[in-house]
Every structure is written in structure tokens, then in C-alpha cells.
Design a protein around this ligand. Structure first.
Ligand SMILES: CCCCCCCCCCCCCCCC(=O)SCCNC(=O)CCNC(=O)[C@H](O)C(C)(C)COP(=O)(O)OP(=O)(O)OC[C@H]1O[C@@H](n2cnc3c(N)ncnc32)[C@H](O)[C@@H]1OP(=O)(O)O
Ligand SMILES: CCCCCCCC/C=C\CCCCCCCC(=O)OC[C@@H](O)COP(=O)(O)O
Length: 272
């Protein structure tokens, strides 16, 4: 009986392996499916650990989440080459902004996440089962992207509490995932927040995933991701009138860095 199950299991694994070799679509679906299952199962386990250790929703849970997510890269053959970690060592709170390519970004995020740092996320993430639960327990700030006024209110509240709680806040200023190897125009929320709280903006750039990951062509192989944490941009003395300039400056710096890290010629002068 047991031998039967063993043979059956081996046959299924072999079949999956052959299908993965033959079809990029099957390979992609299985790898992404595995990533989602890994996130859902690990979130359930991490949530239990967070509740036992810290008792509820707190940024301290991010340490536990980080420790768990940092192991994921080994399952997918991903390597990170990180530069500039010392740029996180600013006195007090800061806004961290980075490019957002895929749901796989959570691995890159946790690879470098500094202590006392929460992310801004779309409210829909709350309804992703155990993943929603762990994101809630980690203290992620949920915003409604469809309502600028309510998102602004949430951000204004965050600006007030950042100093008291010595928080760093991680925002994806593109506001959505974008896996084209370029940046989408930046939304201004992160920069308003930095100016309102009078805290520095720290840009973090991840090299393009396009050489190993592309959902449109079902590409998902192992790969190397270069990460650069850039020097903080000060906002002391800036007012809301300066937000557009600050946003543009950050966008151009990050775009140039993205192209450099991805080995693509700079086109920064051609577009804005
Ligand atoms: C163990 C296993 C674990 C598994 C796994 C765990 C993972 C554990 C980590 C989870 C990590 C989650 C990661 C989530 C990742 C996302 O969910 S990304 C998507 C959500 N995030 C964002 O959208 C952030 C970026 N968006 C913004 O900042 C946007 O500006 C806002 C605030 C949403 C507003 O959206 P919008 O209206 O479309 O944007 P925008 O054109 O910038 O603003 C409109 C106007 O309002 C003004 N404005 C904007 N914001 C403000 C403001 N705060 N104050 C005053 N004026 C403002 C603008 O200046 C603009 O006016 P003008 O200058 O044109 O006159
Ligand atoms: C009971 C409900 C069950 C629902 C199951 C949902 C399964 C989800 C499981 C695993 C997904 C792992 C996701 C890790 C967190 C990813 C955060 C993220 O990258 O969100 C995307 C968001 O930044 C931008 O969204 P859009 O590009 O605008 O869209």
C-alpha cells in the first residue's frame, strides 16, 4: 500500500518535472503557485509566532517576518547583491522609496529591511488570507488608492506618529507593480509625507527582473538582483511647494540607478 503511494508520488513529481521542462507556461504557473503557497503557509506559521512573541499588531513583528521571508530566495535560486546599507543609518525616522516590479519584491524588501520600518500597502492586501493577517500584524499602513482624500488623511496621520514611534516608512511611489525594466511616473504621497514629517527620503533601487522574470513570456528562472540603497535626500526646510521638485529629483536619481544596475544605457535625458 505504502509502496503504491510512493510510486504514485514519484510519478506525479516526474510528470510535473517533464511538464516544467517542456512548457514555460507550466513552469511559470508552478513556480508562482509555489511562491503563493509558501507565502500563505509561512504567513500562518509566522502569525502564530508573532502573536506568541509580541501579542498583536506591532512593527516588532517585522523582525520575525523578515527572518522567515529571507529564506525564500533559496527556493527560487535568487541571489541579492546589496550595496549602501549604511545609508539606512540615519538619526530618527525616514521615508524609504523603492521600485516595485512584482509580488516577488517581498523577498528583496525583507533582504534589506531596516528595524522599525513599516510599508504602505493597498487595503485589498488585507483580504489575502493568512498573508493579509501577517501584513496586518506587521503594522503595514493600509491605504485606499481609489480615494486620494482618504489616502492623504491616513498619510497625514502617519506623518504625526512617525517621530513619536521612531518609524521608517517604506513606500512604493509607482503605486503599482511594473515589470518593464523602467519606472512608472511617481505618485507624490511619499514625498508629501517626507516633507510633512520633515524627514529624509532614502531611495532603494532593485535592478530589473526582466532577465529572469517576465509574466508576459512566462519567464521565471533563477537570477541575481542588485540592490542599491542611495544616500538620504534631506527635506529639512522644504514645504509643500517643493514636493513636485523633490519627486522629480528622486525619480531621475532612481531611474539612472535602475538603468546602471540593469546594464541598460541611460535614457534619463530623453523622458521625464
Ligand atoms: C511570512 C510570509 C510573508 C509574506 C509576505 C509578507 C510581506 C510583508 C510586507 C508587506 C509589504 C506590502 C507592500 C505593499 C505594496 C503595495 O501595496 S503598493 C500600492 C500601495 N501603495 C501606494 O500606492 C503608495 C504610493 N501612492 C501614493 O503615494 C499616492 O500619492 C496616493 C497617496 C495613494 C494618492 O494617489 P493618487 O491620488 O493617485 O496620487 P497623486 O497623483 O500622487 O496625488 C494626487 C494629488 O494629491 C496630492 N497628494 C498626494 N498625497 C498627498 C499627501 N499625503 N498630502 C497632500 N497632498 C497629497 C498630490 O500632490 C496630487 O496633487 P497635485 O500635485 O497633482 O496637485
Ligand atoms: C481567503 C483569501 C485567499 C486569497 C489568496 C491570495 C493568495 C495570495 C498569496 C500569496 C501572494 C503573496 C503576496 C505577498 C505580498 C505582495 C504584496 C504586493 O506585491 O502587492 C501588490 C501591490 O503592491 C500592488 O498591487 P497592483 O500591482 O496594483 O495589483
Amino acid at each position: 500500500m505504502e509502496l503504491g503511494w510512493l510510486l504514485c508520488g514519484t510519478a506525479v513529481l516526474l510528470l510535473l518535472h517533464v511538464l516544467m521542462e517542456l512548457s514555460p507556461a507550466v513552469n511559470f504557473a508552478l513556480r508562482i503557485g509555489f511562491y503563493c503557497v509558501l507565502c500563505l503557509v509561512s504567513s500562518a506559521l509566522a502569525a502564530a509566532a508573532c502573536l506568541l512573541v509580541n501579542g498583536g499588531r506591532t512593527v516588532k513583528n517585522m523582525r520575525i517576518i523578515k527572518a522567515v521571508v529571507k529564506t525564500f530566495k533559496y527556493f527560487f535560486g535568487l541571489r541579492f547583491e546589496v550595496k549602501g546599507l549604511e545609508n539606512f543609518e540615519v538619526e530618527g525616522p525616514a521615508i524609504i522609496v523603492s521600485n516595485h516590479q512584482s509580488i516577488l519584491d517581498m523577498m528583496g524588501l525583507m533582504e534589506v529591511l531596516p528595524d522599525n520600518c513599516v510599508q504602505v500597502g493597498k487595503k485589498e492586501l488585507m483580504y489575502t488570507g493568512t498573508v493579509g493577517l501577517i501584513i496586518y500584524l506587521g503594522g503595514v499602513i493600509f491605504i485606499n488608492r481609489k480615494s486620494t482624500s482618504s489616502a492623504k488623511m491616513v498619510m497625514a496621520e502617519v506623518a504625526k506618529t512617525m517621530a513619536a514611534e521612531n518609524l521608517k516608512v517604506w513606500v512604493y511611489p509607482e503605486g503599482t507593480r511594473n515589470c518593464t525594466g523602467d519606472l512608472l511616473p511617481f505618485k507624490k504621497g511619499a514625498f508629501h509625507l517626507a516633507v510633512q514629517a520633515q524627514v529624509p527620503v532614502i531611495p532603494v533601487v532593485y535592478s530589473s527582473f526582466t532577465t529572469f522574470y517576465n509574466p508576459k513570456t512566462n519567464l521565471f528562472t533563477s537570477g541575481k538582483i542588485k540592490v542599491e540603497i542611495l544616500p538620504p535626500i534631506e527635506t529639512k526646510g522644504l514645504t509643500s511647494d517643493d514636493v513636485t521638485d523633490l519627486t522629480d529629483r528622486c525619480f531621475h536619481t532612481m531611474r539612472e540607478t535602475l538603468f546602471r544596475l540593469s546594464g541598460r544605457p541611460s535614457e534619463a535625458k530623453d523622458s521625464s
